[in-house]
Design a binder for this molecule. Structure first.
Ligand SMILES: Cc1ncc(COP(=O)(O)O)c(C=O)c1O
Length: 463
């Protein structure tokens, strides 16, 4: 790869970070240091742990990741929707440093500490609904999803868990059962947990014009006939689907499901692991239609890059669980809690909900212009800074995963981190940190436009 000069001016780095906010290719990709580290990785790290971009990170700040060879990438992935407030946000860094100097761990179940309680108070206030709430903290998204199911089963005395086509809820045993896609998440890892049932989703691009209410009726019919309404402990849904393809259900779908849950004594559980904490332009994606879940699962963006997750829900449901029934050695680690308090404050102080909506306007403008030129872009969708395009063949419908992989690869080769997703792997998803400047976004989408213009690869099926 030839050396590429900066194409954007070095705008000022966010306070506290020294990383220039510009794309810069200093070496071929991957560079020599990354290649050496990749060789070490291959002989030391489990092959099952894959990597998307073949370079090793050295620093990250704002909307930029710099690798060990000095190449700077525009980050349209945020470490899979985690660094929503910006990589190495100075307030998060300062909060982590201050907490580390006090103590790193006591175990909240042994000697509790204030930051855990403060995070619970913040999430109780910020999640949808003004009813009394309680929160329990965990480490990963999957762990929190599992605990939401534990709470739902305990509170209702029922077993069945309803999930949806294309769902992704994690890689632990129960969440593998809840996740839809076999490869790479489930293949060879069974048997899976029982009492998990899958219903059809609202998928406007592929639903043939079904309204949200009609799609909900279709899903409810499956649940009532195949599971039984009185058996359902909870309906667990991503309000905008993440790994499954950034699928935004038709308006009315989520409210109808939530209403059915209320009428039938089942809990409505929103898995907001990827959508939560400002990512979609609201604090939580459920806010968009005024849906109030019984339990909300939060992770990823909540702690500015530190591992923390939460279940927040109606006090009487969460408190139905006996003492000792919830918890874990590291759940609500004090350093992660300090980071979360700083990150949640940054969303407010930095005006990031409004910024997410601006990002949506800018990026959707670019993507609609691309779709108008290139019929392989079948659908532009998403909300806030959680946006995607579904790529298809000449018939306008057949998924084209090879094109998605080729375009993402071409963008990475020019210094833009782009992730793919979707059951068919044919969706490009865009999740920039909300601190990313307009200039950086335009530069990234210039690269993407060029990647589309120069990529002719399509799957045989899509031709
Ligand atoms: C909606 C959703 N739920 C759960 C998870 C699992 O989270 P984790 O990887 O932290 O276990 C993810 C991760 O991508 C997710 O997007």
């Amino acid at each position: 790869m030839t050396q590429l000069a900066d194409r954007t001016p070095d705008t000022a780095a966010p306070p506290g970070t020294e990383l220039p906010q510009s794309r810069h290719l200093a070496t071929e990709l991957p560079g020599p240091r990354s290649r050496a580290l990749m060789a070490r990785k291959a002989s030391a790290v489990a092959a099952g742990v894959g990597t998307t971009v073949p370079v090793f990170a050295a620093r990250a700040g704002g909307g930029i990741v710099e690798d060990v060879d000095g190449n700077r990438f525009i980050d349209l992935g945020s470490g899979i929707a985690v660094t929503t407030v910006g990589a190495s946000h100075p307030a998060v860094v300062a909060a982590v440093q201050a907490q580390v100097e006090q103590f790193t761990h006591t175990c909240f179940m042994v000697t509790p500490y204030e930051p855990y309680v403060a995070v619970a108070e913040r999430l109780n206030a910020l999640t949808p609904g003004d009813h009394a709430k309680r929160t329990a903290l965990f480490n990963s998204g999957a762990e929190a999803v599992e605990n939401a199911v534990k709470i739902a089963r305990h509170a209702t005395g029922r077993d069945a868990v309803v999930v949806f086509d294309h769902a992704y809820h994690g890689r632990t045993n129960l969440t593998m059962a809840m996740t839809a896609k076999a490869m790479p998440y489930k293949s060879g890892f069974g048997p899976f947990a029982g009492e998990v049932y899958r219903a059809p989703l609202s998928y406007p691009f592929r639903d043939g014009g079904l309204s949200g209410a009609e799609a909900a009726a279709r899903a409810i019919d499956v649940v009532e006939k195949q599971v039984g309404a009185d058996q359902v402990a909870c309906v667990v849904i991503e309000p905008v689907q993440g790994e499954g393809g950034f699928i935004e259900p038709a308006p009315g779908f989520l409210p109808a499901l939530a209403a059915w849950c209320r009428e039938n004594g089942a809990l409505f559980v929103a898995d907001e692991v990827q959508t939560g904490v400002g990512r979609t332009g609201d604090w939580f994606a459920c806010d968009h239609e005024g849906v109030v879940p019984d339990l909300v699962v939060v992770a990823k963006g909540v702690a500015g890059g530190m591992p923390l997750s939460a279940v927040t829900g109606r006090a009487e449901l969460v408190d139905a669980v006996h003492t000792g029934g919830l918890g874990g050695t590291y759940g609500g680690n004090p350093v992660a809690c300090a980071a979360a308090l700083a990150a949640l404050e940054a969303v407010e102080r930095d005006g990031l909900l409004a910024r997410a909506r601006e990002v949506e306007r800018l990026v959707k403008g670019r993507l609609h212009a691309l779709a108008a030129r290139d019929p392989r872009v079948g659908d532009v969708r998403g909300r806030g800074a959680m946006l995607g395009v579904e790529l298809v063949g000449e018939d306008g419908l057949t998924p084209d995963p090879a094109l998605a992989a080729a375009v993402a690869g071409a963008a990475k080769a020019q210094g833009v981190i782009v992730l793919t997703c979707g059951t068919h792997g044919n969706v490009l998803r865009f999740l920039p940190p909300l601190s990313t400047s307009d200039e950086l976004l335009h530069d990234a989408f210039d690269v993407l436009d060029a990647a589309f213009a120069t990529t002719t690869t399509t799957t045989a099926a899509a031709r």
